[in-house]
Design a protein. Sequence first.
Length: 321
Amino acid sequence: MADQDMPIESAEDTIKRIFSSGDSTVGAEITHEFNRYSRLQEAKFPKPARTRLIAVANQKGGVGKTTSTVNLAAALAQNGARVLVIDMDPQGNCSTALGVRHESGEPSVYDVLEGRMSIAEVKRQCPDLSSLDVVPASIDLSGAELEVAQFENRNNLLNEAVQQFLRESNEHFDYVFVDCPPSLGLLVINAMCAVREMLIPIQAEYYALEGLGQLINTIGLVQEHFNPILTVSTMMVTMFDKRTLLSREVYNEVKSHYPSIVLDTTIPRTVKISEAPSFNKSVISYDPRGMGAIAYSEAALEIARRSPVVLDAIASRMKEA
């Protein structure tokens, strides 16, 4: 009977009791990770006052661009936001990770750009998250740049489709993410003309800083000629290894140049983040308590909390345009 009267120890208390001496590095990591996860469960993700349209771009491949699109969108959707992801990369990796069919010949963003179908007709619901919809991309999209190059409104094809969808949709979307291919071609220009914000993932390595300057110049040209309200609202350091001096130096360098837009959260390089797409899942669904899911959820929370400042900045640009 005495055992029945004893209070039940929580998982957090158990971890603290086992590793209370602080001698174990592994124990400290487990405790820290558990505390971060617990704080996220209690956190409130504020919804933006207006739809945020965000293109995720970096012409350098392998920086975690698609991974970031998928997992930020999933984290926001899991925490109450209504999210649309538009896959503009012919590789279709974003569609794969979100569990949406995208074989050649399937309805996709290619049909949207060519005017055959609307976003409402093409979009599919993510199997893991009912509040996350996906406009898939297939290899068919690889021919779109040549096919639409002769169109008079070739730079605004996606913009017109997105605006029509948001006007006619019965549901309000809090976020629209556009995953761009690793290039600076017509598909990326379409993405930049269809959104109001740019989110730039930056890999924690030296060469990433060289590519960043080229991307910023391209964004400046788009602002000057096509989309004057386009704002670089967010930069996020990915594949971060806190054990290495290089990762810390890259983060500090980027943060010193862009202090107001670089997220405090960094995304670690983990096996689970890499594994998740092979199961047609985001890491948010695949390993919800792991370091990758925690980091992306913390980044999503930062993005959500910055909404008032970002939307005010965009409103100011709209007045000046």
